[in-house]
Structures are given as C-alpha cells and as structure tokens.
Write a protein that binds this ligand. Structure first.
Ligand SMILES: O=c1ccn([C@@H]2O[C@H](COP(=O)(O)O)[C@@H](O)[C@H]2O)c(=O)[nH]1
Length: 314
C-alpha cells in the first residue's frame, strides 16, 4: 500500500516533511542557468535541462532526510515537452534515491478522461504504448464528483498508489466554495468530499491509514482537528508552511494521537533557501540542507511538545 510505504519512509527518516519541487528558473543559482543557456540558448530545451539539474541537486541533498517529494506539474508544463520530460526524469531519479513522489497535478474530469489521467500518472499495465515510470500518488480535484474521482481510486487501490483529494486548500479564497454549508444536511462542501474519502478508505494499512488521502491547508490550522476527527484513517497532505505563512506550531492537530498521518509540505522556503542566485551549487545545497534540517526539527519538536512523538518506538 502507498500509505504503508509512506509510513515506512517516515520511520526510516524520522521526518514528516515533504519537499515540493517547483522549478522557478530565475530563482536558480545563476551558474546553473548560465550553463543551460550556453548549451541550449534561452529555450524550452534549456529550461528542461536546468530544471532536471536543479532537481537532482535538491534530491541528492535531501534523499535521506525526508520521505517524499512533491513536484507541481504546472511548473514543468510551462516548458512544453521538455518540461514534461524533466518532470518524468525527476520522478525516476527521486524514486531511485528512495523517495516517494506525489504528483501535485490536481486532475479530475468526466469519467473517461479521469481514467486517462489516472493511467498517465499510475500507468496502465494494459497499454503497451506507455512507459512504466509512474508516480506514487497524485492530487485530485473533486469538483466533478465521484465519477471524476473513482478512476483514480480504482486504479490506485491494490497497486501501491495513493490518491490525495483536495478537501480544504491553503489559498485565501478556498472558503468561497469549500466552506459553504449545504442547506439540507448542515455539512459544508469540504465535508461532503470527506464523506467520499471515507466511503473508499478500505483497505486500511498496518499503520492505520488508507491509500485515499486529503489535502488540508496549513493556513487553516483551526480546521485541522475537525478534519482529523472526520477522517481518522486518511493521510493529510498539508501545504502552506513557509511562504504562505502557515504556523508549524499549530500543525499537531493534523496528526493522529500516535503522531502519525500528516505529510507536511514545504516548497519555496526549501528550494530557494539560499539568499541570492549568486551562490555556487555547493552553497545552494548547504542552504537547502539547513532548511530541511530546521523544518524537520520544528515539526518533531511540535510533536514532542504535544506528547505525540512515538516514532522511535515503531
Ligand atoms: O492547498 C494547496 C494545494 C497545493 N498547494 C501547492 O503546494 C505548493 C506550495 O508551495 P510553497 O512554496 O510551500 O508555498 C505549491 O506547489 C502549490 O501549488 C498549495 O499550496 N495549497
């Protein structure tokens, strides 16, 4: 199961941190960007080269420090097929280095198209034209309803893959739809999404979690305890610390009573932890490593403070 694989990596690394991989070229160390330009000019091909080089730098730095990485597809799709190739090269490289990969793709469509999306990310054993490189989990948008979600859940279950559904996103206007109360049953829209998640949260793995997870933003920390109560068996992907201002000290409620189940995601504050693009690649690595160590320490301290740090006993 995806959930068990994730938990085993949490135990091995003693980390609940997910490092996002959102390539923003003008934040890259300038030496790396100059190398790309010299080889390919300022072209999508050069961008693809620079992205994969930068991601390898990050992955080599953090591979033993965190369980999982989360590339967000938009940053790759910007650069045509070269960007998409860099995405899949990154997936393959990260997995070779022992990391799980969550594709932050936020897909979802009518059933047939969702099926194609699910096959694109998890891969289909029936389509001989496809490569075999697959991600470990994908984020999915529930707006189209259950027939837009079922293909992901069906293809992931039994295949060691995870489906992580948007419940309460971290952005400022997420409440415009997600917090709205349904008149005839008193639940809000995000809670209806939770009902769907609970309806397909079987089987449950040996650490208590199913392969269908939920995105819950760190910027809405006051909602975390409620969602943890509604979704006791779901892994939570929690973005929003770092640049979006979510407070790590308030994230204890995203974990269960054993201090498990929250994948705390951070991207720009780690990817671009160095202060200036004039750094060497070695200096960039040092800053990234320090940022990861510091986030790991903060998250574990919060769990210790809440009496929820039992990871050494697992
Ligand atoms: O609710 C959500 C869902 C996804 N994201 C994504 O996570 C990263 C956040 O980046 P930071 O630099 O850590 O702010 C980004 O890829 C978002 O698309 C999210 O922020 N909130």
């Amino acid at each position: 199961m995806f959930a068990d694989k994730y938990m085993e990596r949490v135990i091995r690394t003693k980390s609940h941190l997910c490092v996002g991989l959102d390539p923003i070229l003008d934040k890259f160390p300038s030496v790396l960007l100059e190398r790309a330009e010299k080889m390919y000019g300022k072209t999508p091909e050069g961008a693809g080269y620079a992205i994969f080089e930068f991601n390898k730098l990050i992955i080599d730095t953090i591979a033993d420090k965190v369980p999982v990485v989360k590339p967000q597809l938009a940053y790759y799709e910007k650069y045509d097929h070269f960007g998409v190739a860099a995405f899949w090269q990154t997936v393959e490289y990260a997995q070779k280095r022992g990391l799980l990969v969550i594709a932050d793709a936020k897909r979802g469509d009518i059933g047939t198209t969702s099926q194609a999306y699910a096959e694109a990310f998890y891969k289909s054993t029936e389509d001989e034209w496809m490569s075999s490189v697959a991600v470990d989990a994908v984020t999915v948008n529930p707006y189209l309803g259950s027939d837009g979600l079922d293909p992901f859940v069906d293809l992931s279950s039994g295949n060691d893959k995870g489906t992580i559904i948007l419940v309460k996103t971290s952005n400022p206007s997420s409440g415009e739809l997600q917090d709205q109360i349904i008149e005839n049953n008193g639940k809000c829209i995000s809670e209806l999404v939770c009902d769907y998640i609970n309806s397909c949260s079987n089987p449950i793995g040996k650490y208590g979690f199913s392969d269908v997870g939920a995105v819950i933003g760190a910027t809405y920390a006051k909602d975390l305890a409620r969602f943890r109560e509604i979704l006791p068996n779901s892994l939570f992907l929690v973005p929003g610390i770092g640049y979006q201002g979510g407070d790590i000290k308030l994230l204890e409620a995203a974990f269960n009573e054993k201090g498990l189940g929250a994948i705390i995601s951070c991207t720009r504050a780690i990817n671009y932890a160095y202060q200036t693009v004039g750094v060497s690649e070695e200096e960039a690595k040092d800053s990234i490593l320090k940022a990861v160590d510091s986030f790991n320490q903060s998250i574990n301290s919060v769990l210790i403070g809440a009496g929820k740090y039992f990871i050494d006993e697992l």
